[in-house]
Write a protein that binds this ligand. Structure first.
Ligand code: DON
Length: 319
């Protein structure tokens, strides 16, 4: 099946064909066994690695789902996209360039070497260093106040109330030494903008937010629709900020394999070590996929394959 001869999924399209493409993607990759659950966060090692789900939300608010669509998993690094969006809306995009940076590291998401090698130190908002520094930039000087603004923001993107997965949060908090070291290092370079412990705690909570694959596609659909939620109609971001967030996703969303991804798939995307990935075809649709087993860079193997397959069938490539 080919869905459209040019990038499609904004009407007109045949919803039955979309269902069929999702079905085929799921059937093709459900037995792919490559990769392994993240195990540096103990709670993630325990997640059922057979889980596999795919969802699409179009820029006109149509929803398509396939697989283990009720499974809730932690959003992890995909949260970085939405916190970046909030920081940009609050502080303006120049603050992100000046205080965080927007270049790719070419190195793993928790690399200390990247901080030492790069003048910007935090490097970009989608690696751990830059993401923690982005949290530190947000308005609010009390944990509860800052956390509430992030939680409410995520809920607006999801179109429903999300909750922190307490077991993941506890597990991650108990094994957070590496992130603490990164945050302290940034602070020593004046590239962290508030209390280290408080902002690290908020970052850890944001990574532990529980989502379904449909929630992720819904959240990403705001980026596919120029900043307005296609289902709730709420205007959440300016169109300019959407473009800038997508640009950072395109260069750094899959860490050191972002170049391979751009070359192969051609859609701005973001992964998380919980096994989720979002990808955005601007003006058309968002795809989310989830399966826990990750490749060496920390990107879900099945989710990458499913999104690659669907993007190809929908003729979707921003380049
Ligand atoms: O801080 C961490 O290491 C995790 N909470 C998130 C890392 C992550 O998801 C990287 N993604 N592929």
């Amino acid at each position: 099946i080919i869905l459209c001869s040019t990038a499609c999924l904004a009407r007109p399209y045949d919803p039955q064909k979309v269902e069929q493409v999702l079905n085929t993607a799921h059937a093709l990759y459900k037995d792919t066994n490559a990769g392994a659950n993240a195990d540096y966060i103990p709670a993630l090692a325990k997640v059922d690695s057979s889980l596999f789900a795919i969802a699409i939300v179009t820029a006109d608010g149509q929803v398509f789902t396939q697989g283990d669509i009720d499974a809730t998993f932690s959003i992890q690094s995909i949260s970085k996209v939405f916190t970046l969006a909030l920081a940009m809306e609050q502080q303006g995009s120049e603050a992100i360039v000046d205080k965080i940076g927007v270049n790719a590291t070419g190195l793993p998401f928790n690399s200390v070497a990247a901080i030492e090698l790069n003048q910007d130190r935090s490097v970009n908002p989608l690696v751990n260093a830059g993401a923690m520094a982005t949290v530190s930039l947000l308005e609010g000087d009390k944990t509860q106040q800052k956390w509430q603004s992030i939680a409410t923001w995520y809920d607006q993107f999801a179109g429903r109330e999300l909750a922190v997965m307490n077991e993941v949060y506890q597990s991650e908090s108990a094994t957070n030494g590496h992130n603490l070291a990164i945050a302290e290092l940034l602070k020593s370079y004046d590239r962290f903008y508030g209390d280290v412990d408080m902002n690290l705690d908020i970052y850890t909570r944001q990574c532990s937010v529980g989502v379904t694959t449909k929630d992720l596609a819904m959240m990403a659909s705001v980026l596919a629709n120029g900043g307005t939620h296609p289902v709730t109609g709420e205007a959440l971001m300016t169109a300019e900020n959407v473009q800038r967030v997508l640009a950072v996703m395109a260069t750094a969303g899959l860490y050191e394999t972002s170049g391979d991804w751009a070359f192969q798939v051609g859609l701005p995307a973001k992964s998380g070590v919980g096994g989720g990935i979002i990808a955005v075809m601007p003006g058309k649709f968002a795809i989310a996929a989830f399966s826990p087993k990750l490749d060496e860079a920390g990107n879900s193997v099945r989710a990458q394959r499913a999104i690659d397959y669907i993007a190809d069938k929908a003729n979707a490539n921003v380049f």
